[in-house]
Design a protein around this ligand. Structure first.
Ligand code: FES
Length: 56
C-alpha cells in the first residue's frame, strides 16, 4: 500500500528501510524522502516505522 503518494513510497519500502538499518522515523524520512512535500503521510509513515522497529 502507498503511504506517501507524493513520493510514491509504499509501506514495504519503509519496512525495508528499517530492516536495512534505519532506526528512527527521521532516518527513514531522510532515506526515502517521505513527508517532504504535502506532509499528509507523516502520521501513517511514523506509525509504520514505529511498528516495524518494535518487530525487529
Ligand atoms: Fe507524502 Fe505528500 S503524501 S509528502
Amino acid at each position: 500500500m502507498y503511504v506517501c503518494l507524493c513520493e510514491g513510497v509504499t509501506d514495504t519500502q519503509i519496512r525495508d528501510a528499517v530492516y536495512e538499518g534505519c532506526c528512527s522515523y527521521r532516518e527513514v524520512r531522510g532515506s526515502l524522502g517521505i513527508a517532504s512535500q504535502c506532509g499528509k503521510c507523516a502520521c501513517l509513515a511514523k506509525q509504520v516505522v514505529r511498528e516495524t522497529i518494535a518487530e525487529v
